[in-house]
Design a binder for this molecule. Structure first.
Ligand code: ADP
Length: 535
């Protein structure tokens, strides 16, 4: 029977669209009021049998009003806060009328304590300031009862024995109530503290990871920059061209990283502003993606750009747009192996129904985007992301765990920035992914034409100069001098390898492996004299 009632309540009464707090309050209210009603009715019967009809009627009136409140609440399905307040004030009011009726505080069998039970019970349902009002109301009724005492006449039915028995019973019920509420409170506080500590610990670990990763992200380009300047100094003729390119590329990488961190702190301080200018977005996008087509070529990842639009004039913030596209393309390249491909599509959408999209949106639920606008799709055939990690990748510092990697590449803030920028631009963002198959990010942005038109000119971009980087020398074992001792470099970063090779290429036959697994294979195959690798 209990299960049937619970099932019915779950199905008809506790709606999943309600907030967890309201759901919990509804349950608590029903669970603490409903079981009391039949007990009270039975108690009334017992009192009737014991020839205490006035007390019996009192108990029945009490349970009748409680039943009415509960029925009204169940019929209405909502306003649980209102009903809990009504219920608790009713306790106090009932106690007040009961005390006056039965002849004052000292002659009414402890009915005064019913009001106190109401106050204590309200701790279970209401906010502290609401409890304060009920408590104040209760105190006022008690003072009035005391003041009216000389004018009250005790009811004959309440003999000293009945008075004593009922006082003790009321006291037991109220102290039991107090015990239950207090233990509920203490338990709740312990749970909250535990959760808070756990959250702080998690944040702390994430921050430590972030600092470790970010230090690595800074150290690698700095090593290349400082090392290459030494090489240029020692042999300018040989290294000037390659060295300058590597220095510029790594310098821009550092700048990009610093800009990301600045953007993040601006977002945290809620001081990120949108500077809209009306431009033709198509040439802008073409310029923005150009450096990435070079970067993907370096990694042997095919890069395709596609749009049917010859021009599209709209208001947009070029810096934000660049950061948005840049972060998504950087990830697509970073998380795609050699041989994969990336497709970047730009189109206009109209009458779009966001409810129908299958992917995950970090902005869905609280966010609705215009039905017409600009759609950017970045699809890669890279490593993909598992379904349970999709909601997490937009969190600050979050990075998907990777096996076989001593440190994680990246900082874990790129997608957070993407999400925040899309939200700032009143757009929406969806991601679909399948591990091993690839990932697709779709960005929807509303189109407005409210600012003055500006014609696009040469762009001053943080990525701009990366495009002229010559390809990193691939190790060509055919050119190796077989008389030199052999050296195997195990390193994933191409620029670091170029720099290291420039130092050792005249004294060693250099081979290179991209990761630990490849390193072990090549070691067994080549049996090098020296292996150079960071841990
Ligand atoms: P990171 O600096 O680590 O790249 P991001 O916030 O940009 O930080 O991305 C968070 C995580 O999401 C990454 O660590 C990566 O595991 C995952 N991710 C993002 N984009 C892709 C993608 N295109 N393919 C596979 N995984 C991705």
């Amino acid at each position: 029977m209990k299960n049937i009632i619970e099932y019915w309540l779950e199905k008809h009464f506790f709606h999943s669209r309600e907030t967890p707090e309201i759901l919990a309050l509804k349950k608590r209210f029903l669970h603490s009021v409903v079981p009391g009603i039949p007990k009270m009715v039975l108690l009334g019967l017992l009192l009737w049998v014991l020839k205490l009809p006035t007390l019996a009627k009192g108990v029945w009136i009490f349970s009748g009003v409680e039943l009415t409140i509960i029925i009204a609440f169940i019929l209405l399905h909502q306003h649980v806060k209102f009903f809990t307040i009504i219920n608790q004030y009713f306790f106090v009011l009932f106690s007040f009328i009961g005390v006056l009726y039965f002849g004052g505080i000292l002659h009414s069998g402890g009915i005064v304590l019913v009001g106190l039970a109401g106050v204590l019970q309200s701790l279970y349902f209401l906010k502290l300031n609401q409890v304060r009002y009920i408590f104040a109301f209760y105190l006022i009724t008690v003072i009035i009862e005391a003041l009216l005492q000389p004018f009250l006449t005790p009811v004959p039915e309440i003999t000293p024995t009945v008075n004593l028995v009922f006082f003790v019973l009321h006291l037991i019920v109220v102290t039991y109530n107090l015990y239950i509420r207090l233990s509920f409170y203490i338990n709740q506080n312990i749970q909250i503290r535990k959760l808070e500590t756990q959250k702080l610990k998690e944040l702390d670990t994430l921050k430590t990871n972030f600092y470790t990763n970010i230090t690595h992200e800074f150290r690698t380009p700095l090593t290349v920059i400082l090392g290459m300047t030494n090489q240029i100094r020692s042999n300018p003729g040989k290294y000037i061209e390659k060295g300058v390119h590597l220095i510029r590329k790594n310098g821009f990488q550092l700048l990009h990283l610093v800009n990301q961190m600045l953007d993040l702190s601006k977002l945290e301080a809620k001081s990120m502003q949108v500077n809209l200018i009306q431009q033709d977005i198509i040439p802008f996008v073409r310029q923005t993606i150009e450096p990435f087509s070079y970067l993907s070529k370096e990694k042997n990842v095919a890069f395709y750009f596609h749009t049917d639009l010859e021009e599209l004039w709209m208001d947009f913030d070029s810096e934000k747009m660049e950061s948005l596209i840049g972060n998504l393309l950087t990830n697509a390249i970073k998380y795609s192996p050699s041989g994969a491909s990336i497709h970047f599509d730009v189109s206009e959408y109209s009458n779009h129904k966001f409810e129908n999209i299958t992917g995950f949106s970090p902005l869905q639920g609280n966010y609705i985007c215009a039905e017409n606008g600009l759609k950017l799709t970045i699809r890669d055939t890279g490593q993909g992301i598992s379904e349970n990690e999709l909601p997490l990748i937009f969190n600050r510092y979050y990075q998907v765990e990777k096996k076989n990697l001593p440190h994680r590449e990246g900082s874990g803030i790129g997608l957070l920035l993407v999400k925040e920028i899309v939200q700032l631009l009143n757009g929406n963002l969806f991601v679909e992914s399948e591990p091993g198959k690839g990932t697709k990010f779709s960005v929807f942005l509303p189109i407005t034409n409210e600012t003055g038109k500006t014609f696009i000119h040469e762009k001053d971009s943080e990525f701009e100069l990366i495009e002229s980087i010559p390809h990193v020398d691939k190790v060509d074992s055919g050119q190796l001098n077989k008389n030199l001792p052999s050296l195997l470099i195990i390193e994933d970063n191409d620029d670091v390898v170029t720099y290291l090779r420039s130092i050792v290429e005249t004294t060693y036959q250099v081979n290179r492996a991209k990761n630990g697994e490849e390193g072990i294979e090549m070691t067994l195959e080549l049996i090098p004299d020296i292996i150079l690798s960071d841990v």
